[in-house]
Write a protein that binds this ligand. Structure first.
Ligand SMILES: [Zn+2]
Length: 198
């Protein structure tokens, strides 16, 4: 394989969506950096906050492994265990999941809080630190860590988009980012508990 575009050592993976040939070490660094940026940008949680990861959740192992590796305080909680009052729960939704959720919500004209990277529900803060990471990147991460992919539910929009290879990842990324930037325009001021209008 070709040389890593970042460090020049022998590359191991190709991220097709970004047309980037990369070695294992640089891939992981890049992944953690992007997730750190997402956590900060959407003010998900701080260094010292304990982060709960529900063991049955979508991409739960991956989220726990990544955040643990990044030095966050991870607490894997079983199905019957309660989430501490006022706690933070990390979900494993990826970019494709979030774009499909947004489109489906728009089609149904039902924009609920859970389409955002951070939302509150019953005193718990839910966060999606992987929301700007693509499925392809997560597949490479699983390969590196030897994690088996678990089948998750896919909404119909996501399935169709993938089947028909409708849009490029570049489009998905810019669609999602601009949606998050502009969505406040859809709502009257003050009706939303928005993280970026603060
Ligand atoms: Zn490299």
């Amino acid at each position: 394989m070709a040389k890593c575009r970042v460090c020049g050592k022998e590359a191991e993976f190709k991220i097709k969506n970004y047309n980037l040939v990369i070695c294992r070490e640089c891939f992981l660094k890049r992944l953690y950096r992007r997730i750190e940026e997402t956590i900060r940008k959407y003010r998900m949680f701080g260094r010292d906050e304990p982060i709960c990861v529900p063991v049955q959740g979508y991409n739960a192992l991956e989220v726990a492994e990544i955040l643990g590796e990044m030095g966050y305080r991870i607490q894997v909680v079983g199905e019957s265990e309660p989430i501490p009052q006022g706690g933070v729960v990390a979900l494993g939704s990826l970019l494709e999941d979030e774009v499909a959720n947004v489109i489906l919500s728009i089609l149904n004209w039902e924009l609920k809080d859970d389409i955002f990277p951070v939302f509150q529900k019953g005193g718990t803060r839910f966060v999606k630190p992987l929301c700007l990471i693509t499925e392809e990147e997560m597949d490479i991460f699983r390969e590196i860590e030897g994690i088996e992919k678990r089948k998750g539910e896919e909404n119909i929009i996501k399935r169709r988009m993938k089947e028909r290879k409708l849009l490029s990842i570049g489009f998905w990324l810019s669609f999602y980012k601009s949606f998050l930037r502009e969505h406040a325009l859809l709502f009257e001021e003050g009706t939303r508990n928005s993280y970026f209008t603060k």
